[in-house]
Design a protein around this ligand. Structure first.
Ligand code: ACO
Length: 367
């Protein structure tokens, strides 16, 4: 059975920064309250011309550059987003087209902020089954579009960004060692974006009632999160035959500094084992774990051979963790330039659209 290794990683974060002081000009809050209760100082907000696919494409290209893999070699793209571009088509399909991943199947997974854990596990399973060799997993968000900027209870929390991993098959032991996935739909109301889908299709009333915005019972989510983060970490470690003493680094979903602190106490692990960057990004939902991972790699906090736990929680309710032995890119003599495929992808997409148009003109009416 092949092993599934994480061989590439990349992020894309929009430039505009919104500080706590900026938010204090919009709602009745202040920098001190936000920092004390959440640990957040600032977050990045996408420009009007940036969408989940825009950020996702950039993160994927960077991940492919690290893996030294051409988009045409990717078999599967799994995108996960709490703020997808459309209900359908899948954001993964838009990314597939724009990066030129000509042979990849592409679909979205919806598990809110836990999505990146679930998606990475699904890609690893597909690789281990032998059915595919190379996969791209991407979490991408422009959640700022679904935040009620008049609600001080939620607007302080979220930020935009994207992160991607390349997963590849290898006979060398390592890579994803174990994973656990959990859900509890009885908590669906605790964290919900109610309107715009089948239950509450968009109407004047849904807009008026603010049903197209994130709604959250902050205290209930806080209690749930502090309970499950430690539990899921322990479960995944047990499955991998490891204990907390074997762990070099924990990369948790970045929602609230206090939640991470409580999980550290539960696990009896020092805070310096935890990667924390919620102060500069806020909660970027599905993108938070890969963004924190890439920053940790850049700072040398994660090295080849390290045992790393990724752990997340979110709406659903859903939660999960996975354990990986970090191995890095697979050595190769070839050198590919994934970014150059974008031009080819644009041309290919244009020709396909043109052909579809011409086909429409010439097809018989009764067809
Ligand atoms: N600024 C100032 N005061 C505020 C603010 C604010 N931004 N927000 C709330 N308050 C006030 C409240 O009105 C309340 O005042 P009152 O006592 O006079 O009624 C007081 O502060 C306490 O409010 P709480 O909501 O009880 O504050 P709490 O300490 O629970 O912190 C928070 C709120 C930060 C949202 C916290 O509950 C939390 O982090 N929860 C988890 C949220 C989370 O992680 N969500 C993402 C999940 S992942 C996903 O899937 C998207």
């Amino acid at each position: 059975m092949p092993y599934a290794h994480i061989t590439g990683w990349g992020i894309s974060v929009p430039e505009p920064v919104l500080t706590n002081d900026d938010i204090a000009k919009m709602v009745d809050t202040n920098d001190e309250w936000i920092r004390e209760r959440t640990g957040i100082r600032e977050r990045h907000i996408a420009r009007e011309d940036q969408f989940p696919s825009t950020l996702g494409v950039e993160a994927c290209i960077k991940a492919l550059q690290v893996a030294n893999l051409a988009p045409t070699e990717i078999d599967l793209i799994i995108c996960t987003s709490s703020s997808p571009e459309y209900i359908w088509p899948a954001t993964a399909s838009l990314i597939q087209d724009q990066i030129g991943a000509t042979k990849a199947g592409a679909f979205d997974i919806q598990a809110a902020c836990t999505g990146f854990i679930f998606a990475t596990n699904m890609a690893a399973q597909a690789i281990r089954s032998g059915s595919i060799k190379n996969a791209l997993v991407v979490g991408t968000e422009t959640l700022s579009r679904f935040v009620n900027w008049k609600d001080r209870g939620t607007c302080i929390l979220f930020g935009d960004g994207a992160g991607a991993f390349v997963l590849q098959a290898s006979d060398k032991p390592g890579g994803i060692l174990s994973a656990v996935m959990h859900s509890d739909g009885s908590g669906a109301d605790s964290l919900i974006l109610p309107a715009g889908a089948a239950r509450y299709p968009a109407t004047e009333a849904t807009v008026h009632e603010g049903k197209h915005f994130v709604q959250m019972d902050g205290k209930a989510v806080f209690r749930f999160a502090t309970r499950v983060m430690g539990q899921a970490t322990r479960e995944a470690l047990e499955l991998a035959g490891l204990s907390t003493a074997d762990v070099d680094r924990i990369i948790p979903h970045q929602a609230n500094f206090r939640i991470i602190e409580t999980a550290a106490k539960y696990l009896k692990m020092p805070m310096d084992k935890f990667v924390v960057n919620v102060d500069r990004y806020g909660n970027t939902s599905t993108a938070s774990i890969p963004i924190a991972t890439v920053e940790a790699l850049q700072k040398g906090l994660v090295k080849n051979g390290d045992k790393v736990v990724l752990v997340g929680f979110g709406a659903g309710l859903s939660w999960g963790a996975l354990v990986a032995e970090w191995t890095g890119p697979i050595p190769s003599k070839k050198h590919v330039y994934p970014e150059q495929y974008r031009l080819f992808a644009r041309l290919r997409s244009f020709i396909r659209r043109a052909l579809r148009y011409i086909e429409g003109l010439f097809s018989r009416r009764e067809l």
